[in-house]
Structures are given as C-alpha cells and as structure tokens.
Design a protein around this ligand. Structure first.
Ligand SMILES: [Cu+2]
Length: 170
C-alpha cells in the first residue's frame, strides 16, 4: 500500500510546517494541504471540521492585569465545531465573553460554523485574560490553548500589541 504511506508522510510534513510557521497562521487538520482538486469526491475527511487560527493578538492592557484577547478561528471543513475551553500556562484565568449593548457576559462555548469562522474582535466576542504570571509587555507572547469539542486543543502564541493595534496594520 504505497499510496497510504505516501499520504501519511505528507501529513507529517504538513504538521512540521505548521509548527515552523511560529506566530503566524496555524494549520491544524492533517491533510488540509491537499489542494489538488482531483482528490475530492466524498472522501471521509470531507465532512470533518478543519480549523486554523489567524491574527491572534492581545492589546497591551493598562497596568493592572485584565487583558482582552482577539483572534479568528477559520473552519474550512464541512462540519461545525465549538470552542469549549481556553487556558494558558502564563495566566491563571482565561474566559470567553460576549459583549451585549450594555455589558458583557461569560459564555462556556462559542460556535465555529462549517465553512465559516468564529471571530473574536473588538466590540464583540473576546477572551478575557487575568492572573498573568508576569506583567505583559509589548512584544511578549502568551500561549493560549484553545480546546475544541471535535478538533481537540490548538495552541497558539499570541503577541502583545499596542493598545490601539488592529490586525492588518504594522
Ligand atoms: Cu470581557
């Protein structure tokens, strides 16, 4: 079964590449790099969630600990997933919050729709990070471990940016 061996090697190479990308986008699902159109046709992998995390950042909080975290979880797969837990080795508390018109409330899961994205952005859904082991400074990176109901845990290194930073600007 030469074919299946070859496939496995490709998946491993993809995983190594994702690791090497560092703080950029993280490709997670094995086989997500198979861009050749001919492969499709109802293969079993087609229905799974395929998640990647893009543009993670933490605006430098004013002195005194509570910071927000923003990122985008893309799902290129045909099955939805849910973000069910976020934790960090560098902070004692990371919670998911949804902003309403007047306040914000903690939620225990967030949907990642099939062929869609979960966006955590200013003014909307966000992460709340408290209990930093070391006060955050510009240029620091905080590891966030995002746990999804189907995909499992994806770890991302999230850079601390200027308070006014927006993704896509330097
Ligand atoms: Cu909040």
């Amino acid at each position: 079964m030469k074919g299946s061996l070859g496939f496995r090697r490709t998946a491993l190479a993809g995983a190594a590449l994702a690791t090497a990308l560092g703080a950029g986008a993280f490709l997670v699902a094995c086989g997500a790099d198979g861009g050749n159109g001919a492969a499709g046709g109802g293969a079993s992998g087609g229905a799974a969630a395929r998640l990647s995390v893009a543009d993670p950042y933490i605006p430098l909080p004013p002195a005194g600990g509570m910071a927000a975290g923003y990122l985008t979880v893309r799902n290129d797969g045909g099955q939805g997933d849910e973000l069910v837990e976020v934790s960090s080795p560098g902070a004692s508390s990371v919670t998911m919050h949804r902003s309403t018109s007047t306040t914000m409330e903690q939620v225990d899961k967030l949907d990642v729709p099939a062929h869609g994205a979960l966006q955590l952005a200013r003014g909307g859904t966000h992460l709340m990070i408290m209990g930093w082991q070391k006060a955050p400074a510009l240029g620091d990176e905080l590891e966030l471990d995002l746990t999804f109901a189907r995909t499992g845990t994806i770890s991302v290194k999230v850079p601390v940016k200027e308070l006014t930073y927006r993704p896509g600007q330097q």
